[in-house]
Each structure stands twice: as structure tokens, then as C-alpha cells.
Design a protein around this ligand. Structure first.
Ligand SMILES: NC(=O)c1ccc[n+]([C@@H]2O[C@H](COP(=O)([O-])OP(=O)(O)OC[C@H]3O[C@@H](n4cnc5c(N)ncnc54)[C@H](OP(=O)(O)O)[C@@H]3O)[C@@H](O)[C@H]2O)c1
Length: 294
């Protein structure tokens, strides 16, 4: 049985779906009521579990004894993390320790989902072995959680990804869907052009995780797309693809928007290791647009 945390989230939905399709029994857990449409499957179980509550986590682990744990849940918005640093620490770091302690009792395979925001964004195109040096509290919390995962006694994997996009089935919106709704509502959309990312199509990302689990691959893996784009370029390509007026999209820099959390300017992830070892083969951003809007 595979326990997923944050199953109600953007990635969690697709992860649950992909694992069910592969025939796994999935124990989907999240903080809120179930927002997943998979109860038709006898391999799908949902349990509400606030992973910041050690008693709730212990009860669930004792009841189901998952052999694999995928920790996808998090406080995932950098600005919220910057403003509410204590809540971010409890959610992203302390809860990971709680989950690791429970997984350790069962010797489960522990897979942690992390982010390109563990890097400072000075160099760009980061490999698995590059040094982490976060520039905001969200990145710091994920880097601290990574450190805890690396201390885990049994099999573990850390999967870092970057700017995940796709159809938001249950979770938060992403740049593509925000562009569409902003322009359709005739609102200006200010987007960074001083940051570089390798946007990742959500279904590729979860395919990569399923592949990793199939091979029981351990260690750190980067799973991201191949196109190197700024969020502004992503927004323009999106508007052009769906035939909307690109003049609503305004090019800005981090300084112009003054967001609470600093962003690493140039990230992007090198995916050679995942390609070679997991057969990871992501689609292009153009193909991703097609999948999202057709
Ligand atoms: N999306 C990206 O571009 C991106 C990029 C790099 C890395 N990541 C990482 O990928 C993972 C998934 O991201 P996402 O985009 O799917 O995030 P998301 O849509 O915000 O989903 C996160 C989920 O975590 C759950 N959660 C939060 N606090 C919880 C708690 N105390 N107890 C239990 N569940 C809790 C929430 O559940 P409820 O909805 O039930 O409240 C939420 O649905 C995260 O670890 C994130 O850091 C994402």
C-alpha cells in the first residue's frame, strides 16, 4: 500500500490517479475533506490526516502499515511561507520528521517531493549534486526537510521538480490557467521576466515518480521539463496558443512586484540522471500547452 500525503493538492491528484492506473492500492491522505473523484476504485482509500498532528499520523500508520510513503503535501506558496514562517516550519519540516519516524517503524520506502527553490538561482540548470542554498523561507524549509530525509535509515528518494503546470483538477491554479482567466476577464497580468525555470508538465512529473517507485530508485532525482523559459515567456506562449491578446501580459522584475519572498533568479533542473536511470522522457512546453487546452 502506498500512502500519499497532500493527495488533494495539484500534484497529489495526478499522483493518486497514476498509481491507481498502475494497480497500486493508494491510501490518499490530506488535511481537508476528500476532493478526489476516485472512490469508484476498490484500490482507493481516503483518510483525512493533518500531518502536523503526530497522534493522527501515528493512528493512520498503525492502521494501514503503508510500505511506501510519498510525501507530497506541503505549505507550497513561497509568499505564505515567508509571512507565516512558524506555520511553514511546522508544516514542511516538523511534519516531515513525524512522517519519517512513523515510516521508519515500518521500514517503508520514503519518497519526498522537493523543489528547485532549494537552490539560490545564481548558476542555473542545477544537477542533483549541486549545493543547496535557499533564498527564501519556503526553500529553506524544503532544504531542512531534505536533510531529515537523508538521515532516514531505510530506502529513501528525494524528487525535485520545477514550476509544475497542467489542468488544476483539485489543487491550486498554475501560470497557464491564471493567464487564461486573467486575460478573459480583461485584467492585466504582471509576470516575471527576470527568472528562469524548466516548467514541468504534471503528468510527466507523476510518471517519473511512478517509474522511480517501480525501480525502487533511491537518492536524489530531478524531474522537470526540458524547455528553459521565464514565467513571462510561458505566459506569452500560453496566450498565443489559446489565441488571447498578449498585451494584457506585463513584463516585470521581482523588484517591481515586491513579493514577500525573494525568488531564486535562475533555476532549471538538469534531468540527465532521471532520463538515464528511470527512462524519464518529458514532453515539450508546446505539447504541454496542447494537453492542457485541448
Ligand atoms: N506546483 C509546483 O510548481 C511545485 C514545484 C516544485 C515543488 N513542488 C512541491 O510539490 C509538492 C506538491 O505541490 P502542489 O503544487 O501539489 O501543492 P498544493 O496544490 O498546494 O497541495 C499541497 C497539499 O498539501 C496538503 N497539506 C497542506 N498542509 C497539510 C497538513 N498540515 N496536513 C495534511 N495535508 C496538508 C493540502 O491538503 P488540503 O488541500 O487537503 O488542505 C494541499 O492539497 C509540494 O511538496 C511542493 O513543495 C511543487
Amino acid at each position: 500500500m502506498i500512502l500519499i500525503t497532500g493527495a488533494n493538492g495539484f500534484v497529489g491528484y495526478y499522483l493518486t490517479e497514476a498509481l491507481l492506473e498502475k494497480g497500486f492500492t493508494v491510501l490518499a491522505t490530506s488535511k481537508g475533506d476528500c476532493r478526489l473523484p476516485f472512490s469508484y476504485s476498490s484500490f482507493f482509500i481516503y483518510e483525512q490526516m493533518d500531518f502536523t498532528d503526530p497522534f493522527a499520523v501515528h493512528d493512520i500508520f498503525e492502521k494501514y502499515k503503508p510500505s511506501i510513503v510519498i510525501h507530497a503535501g506541503a505549505m507550497s506558496k513561497p509568499d505564505e511561507c515567508e509571512i507565516n514562517q512558524w506555520e511553514c516550519y511546522v508544516t514542511n519540516v516538523e511534519a516531515t520528521l513525524t512522517l519519517l519516524a512513523n515510516a521508519e517503524e515500518l521500514k517503508s520506502f520514503f519518497v519526498f517531493i522537493s523543489t528547485d527553490f532549494v537552490f539560490d538561482g545564481e548558476k542555473g540548470m542545477y544537477s542533483e549534486n549541486d549545493m543547496v542554498n535557499p533564498v527564501n523561507f519556503y526553500g529553506q524549509s524544503k532544504a531542512d526537510a531534505e536533510d531529515a530525509v537523508k538521515e532516514y535509515k531505510y530506502d529513501w528518494a528525494i524528487v525535485r521538480t520545477c514550476s509544475v503546470y497542467g489542468k488544476p483538477a483539485t489543487g491550486k491554479q498554475n501560470i497557464l490557467t491564471v493567464v487564461k482567466s486573467k486575460i478573459e476577464n480583461r485584467e492585466k497580468y504582471m509576470v516575471f521576466d527576470d527568472q528562469v525555470r524548466t516548467p514541468t508538465y504534471v503528468e510527466d512529473f507523476v510518471k517519473g515518480i511512478v517509474g522511480l517507485i517501480g525501480k525502487r530508485a533511491t537518492g536524489v532525482y530531478h524531474l522537470a521539463g526540458t524547455d528553459v523559459l521565464t514565467p513571462y515567456e510561458m505566459a506569452i506562449k500560453t496566450a498565443e496558443y489559446i489565441g488571447l491578446d498578449t498585451s494584457y501580459i506585463q513584463r516585470v522584475t521581482w523588484v517591481d512586484l515586491k513579493q514577500p519572498a525573494k525568488r531564486p533568479p535562475k533555476t532549471g533542473l538538469v534531468i540527465g540522471k532521471a532520463k538515464k536511470e528511470l527512462g524519464f522522457d518529458p514532453i515539450s512546453f508546446e505539447e504541454g500547452l496542447k494537453n492542457v487546452f485541448e
